[in-house]
Design a protein around this ligand. Structure first.
Ligand SMILES: [Zn+2]
Length: 234
């Protein structure tokens, strides 16, 4: 398990593919995607790359219900949150785990994002972070995002989440938490509706992140490849 470290996009945390991407940027380097389309979240941070031991640990909790994995993942999430803390401006941050659809929640018995963030907050030195698991609701399950283009993924997920308590969100800085940041479609959609409900800013912390630079290039859709070429070109 290795932390992601330097050389990542200052907004979404994607690994930068070219040193040229670092030049001439104000407020930190941005990947091709974050340059072309302003993300709905202010900043995303992940503890480590979704591979090897970290991937196994997430799977243990999520698919094999090995609950002792939760405190370990919680400490990792805590580090991702610590990375975001200098960007927080509000005195109190509302922490919102990405919800599961009710049927999936019944099948699994727990929401892994909630279990991990509860473990993370257990060791919080200060009480700035307030957990609220009822702010967001998932209204339906989404089909697998695999093989879809970025546009198709956005369409696929649209309407899957609702802000159940907009009065709690208005004017607040929100920390959205999930186990894994894969394509970013889920957290982007959650951030979008939270912002629409009046949230001033949405930050995203995850334990792990899929890094495209590590992944099979064939998994990338043409749009993303074009974005990466743009970033590389400068
Ligand atoms: Zn980015």
């Amino acid at each position: 398990m290795r932390p992601i470290g330097d050389g990542v996009c200052s907004i979404c945390g994607e690994r930068m593919v070219s040193p040229y991407a670092f030049t001439g940027e104000l407020g930190g380097p941005r990947c091709g995607l974050c340059r072309r389309l302003e993300p709905t979240f202010a900043k995303a941070s992940a503890y480590g790359s979704y591979e090897g031991g970290l991937r196994e640990l997430v799977h243990l909790l999520k698919y094999e219900q090995v609950r002792p994995a939760a405190p370990v993942l919680g400490r990792m999430l805590r580090e991702a949150i610590a990375d975001l803390e200098p960007s927080f401006r509000a005195a109190e941050i509302l922490v919102v785990p990405v919800p599961l659809y009710s049927r999936k929640l019944r099948q699994r018995g727990f929401n892994q994002s909630e279990v991990i963030v509860r473990a993370a907050l257990k060791h919080a030195v200060q009480d700035r972070l307030t957990l609220d698991t009822a702010v967001l609701e998932r209204r339906r399950e989404t089909q697998t995002q695999t093989g879809l283009t970025r546009h198709q993924r956005r369409e696929n997920i649209r309407g899957a989440f609702v802000v159940a308590k907009p009065q709690k969100v208005k004017g607040r800085e929100i920390l959205l938490v999930d186990d894994v940041f894969t394509t970013g479609t889920t957290v982007s959609e959650c951030a979008r509706i939270l912002r629409r409900a009046g949230a001033s800013k949405v930050f995203v912390a995850t334990v792990a992140r899929t890094l495209k630079a590590d992944a099979n290039r064939a998994d990338l859709d043409a749009e993303e490849r074009a974005g990466m070429t743009m970033a590389a070109a400068g």
